[in-house]
Design a protein around this ligand. Structure first.
Ligand SMILES: Cc1cc2nc3c(=O)[nH]c(=O)nc-3n(C[C@H](O)[C@H](O)[C@H](O)COP(=O)(O)OP(=O)(O)OC[C@H]3O[C@@H](n4cnc5c(N)ncnc54)[C@H](O)[C@@H]3O)c2cc1C
Length: 377
């Protein structure tokens, strides 16, 4: 990709051409179409290609490898990347969520150590929040970090860790002071996934992907790798959830699904398809508004949660329409009857996970009720 100023229309056409070529390359690798779902190795492959093409960190400063694009324009590009059906898991974790969080809360040293490598597609992150006893109630997490000299020594158990087996670094939530109230004794640190004491088990999902279960036994983390303040992790965690919950790329994926359905839909289905397009346009605008608020440093959680909730619900409707319009054969995953290379079936299977990933729909409603409408806890 050229280094000219990041004008949306120019970058968008470059990204379209690049994404089309990458899609072909992934198809030729033959791994992109495991029942229509991208494999994790494809996610790493796509991420490295994105780095080489200059698509990572489009909104970040030029001296860190970025293109200084307007943050809302970056989100519009992410919508297009979703539409191209690329395996974006590596990008979404490493750049959209964790990279942006490092840019927001990191010291100059942390930014210099991690961001240029991320922009080049050389390092990937995973996110270590959830634990067997801590999902929606994140503040109850038990993974413990104890300070010993210049190091923190970490012990704990993380689950549902997307991309754990292909990531180089974990963006990790730990308890650093159990004596403080739950939300106040937490910190965030960057942990080397190749360090001694890190063990990853891989579990396969209904959606065709994988989850990591990560056991941490006496893992050393340098004190320099704390992101934000020691015991001030809650602010960082909430900040990264705001980035994560702007799920605009999923809007792109759902629009692609509607385009496929438009081609075969009977007249009776047109109203439902149109109504869903309207909902997706509202989702897009919520994503843009949340991004503007984040960029201005304003309170955003109620809007990012509205975006996440609306996109998750719209995806359930799109999945239901696939079956309503195409019938049960839409869910055929192999053989000559398979449609759209199995992608509609894969979308249907994995869409339900959106009602949990990044915080469940109930939790989004809770944030909207409390932070948006001022309702009591
Ligand atoms: C595709 C996918 C990818 C994921 N990737 C990661 C990852 O990379 N890293 C990571 O750390 N985690 C990841 N997760 C885990 C995800 O963050 C959790 O699944 C989610 O936060 C819910 O936690 P839980 O599964 O423990 O469910 P629970 O918290 O046990 O919730 C169970 C049910 O109870 C409801 N509930 C819980 N509390 C309340 C409440 N206060 N009010 C109303 N209803 C409530 C929930 O809505 C849900 O329906 C991923 C999950 C999915 C599905």
């Amino acid at each position: 990709m050229s280094d000219t100023a990041g004008r949306l229309t120019d970058v968008a056409s470059e990204v379209d051409a690049w994404a089309f070529a990458l899609g072909k390359e992934l198809d030729e690798r033959g791994e992109n179409l495991h029942n229509g779902s991208p494999a994790d190795s494809d996610s790493r492959f796509a991420y490295e290609r994105m780095g080489a093409a200059g698509i990572i960190g489009l909104g970040w400063p030029r001296d860190l490898g970025g293109r200084e694009m307007d943050p809302v324009d970056v989100v519009k590009i992410e919508e297009r990347l979703g539409y191209h059906w690329l395996p974006l898991c590596g990008y979404l974790l490493s750049v959209k969520t964790i990279g942006n969080t490092i840019m927001k809360f990191g010291t100059p040293d942390l930014i210099a150590r991690f961001i240029p490598d991320a922009t080049a597609g050389r390092i990937m992150f995973c996110q270590g929040f959830s634990e067997p006893e801590a999902g929606s109630d994140l503040a109850s997490l038990r993974t413990r970090a104890v300070k010993q000299g210049d190091q923190w020594v970490v012990n704990g158990h993380k689950i549902w860790t997307s991309s754990a087996e292909i990531a180089d670094w974990m963006y990790l939530a730990v308890r650093t002071d159990p004596a403080l109230p739950r939300h106040k004794g937490l910190s965030v640190m960057l942990l080397d996934m190749h360090a001694p004491g890190v063990h990853v088990d891989v579990h396969h999902t209904l959606g065709g992907g994988t989850f990591g279960e990560v056991l941490l036994s006496d893992v050393d983390v340098s004190a320099d790798n704390i992101l934000g303040e020691v015991n001030g992790g809650w602010t960082v965690l909430m900040g990264s959830l705001d980035f994560e919950r702007v799920t605009s790329e999923k809007v792109g994926v759902a629009l692609w699904v509607l385009d496929q359905l438009d081609e075969v839909a009977e007249r009776t289905h047109r109203r439902s398809l149109l109504a869903l397009r309207g909902e997706l346009e509202a989702c897009r605008r919520l994503g843009h508004e949340a991004t503007r608020l984040i960029a201005n440093g304003d309170r955003v959680s109620r809007v990012s949660s509205m975006c996440k909730l609306s996109v998750s619900l719209a995806m359930q409707k799109a999945a239901a329409l696939i079956v309503e319009i195409l019938g049960p054969q839409a869910l055929v995953e192999r053989g000559p009857a398979v449609r759209a290379a199995g992608r509609l079936a894969a979308f249907h299977r994995s869409s339900v996970s959106m009602t949990l990933a990044g915080g469940s729909c109930d939790i989004q409603r809770k944030v909207i009720a409390q932070q948006g409408l001022g309702l009591p806890r």
